[in-house]
Design a protein around this ligand. Structure first.
Ligand SMILES: [Mn+2]
Length: 190
């Protein structure tokens, strides 16, 4: 079972995260930000990851940001030497009017490009402008290459949720084991 636990404490936040890659999509997420909980639960459900998160802090911005740092770190640790994984994964996921494309490469190179625009300033109790930053933060801490493109969409809630569902599906493919016990790189290391 590939899993890891990360506890991250700063003057601003205290974050406790646990991720299991061979999960069933069960999420127990308490960040104090309802919409962010909803996104992480969608991510866990469609990635079939088990995620436990408890985040406390001074500002919602710090809580969300530091939760994504810890979640990215936990994924990186759960993957270990990344032997035997498929490494790449992608998904195109609709949610009513919204259509999100997500592609990931767990080859260890950190790069992210996230293209999405929101109409409103707020996604319920989460600032819309935080969303791109949260995905970039996750990618850099998980040491992955992430491309996100919102192909179309009208409703902001649907756009954000389609992206997190697609991230789950893409990552579930990328972390899946091929049965070949090798690092999936021509270089022999990741
Ligand atoms: Mn929803």
């Amino acid at each position: 079972m590939r899993e890891s636990k990360v506890k991250r404490e700063t003057k601003e936040t205290t974050i406790d995260i646990r991720i299991g890659l061979e999960g069933s999509g069960k999420a127990e997420v308490q960040t104090g930000i309802s919409f962010f909980n909803h996104l992480l639960e969608s991510f866990a459900k469609h990635g079939r990851f088990d995620i436990k998160a408890k985040s406390l802090g001074d500002f919602k911005h710090h809580i969300a940001e530091d939760t994504m740092i810890a979640l990215g770190t936990a994924l990186d640790e759960a993957l270990g030497d990344r032997k035997g994984i498929r490494r790449m994964g992608d998904a195109i996921v609709p949610m009513d009017d919204a259509l999100a494309l997500v592609a990931v490469d767990l080859g260890g190179r950190v790069y992210s490009k996230v293209e999405v625009d929101f109409t409103k300033k707020r996604l319920d109790d989460l600032s819309s402008d935080l969303l791109v930053h949260l995905l970039e933060t996750f990618a850099s801490n998980a040491k992955l290459n992430l491309h996100v493109k919102l192909m179309r969409g009208d409703n902001d809630h649907h756009k954000a949720e389609a992206i997190f569902k697609a991230l789950g599906v893409a990552l579930s493919e990328a972390v899946s084991l091929t049965g070949v016990d090798e690092v999936p790189s021509a270089k022999g290391v990741i």
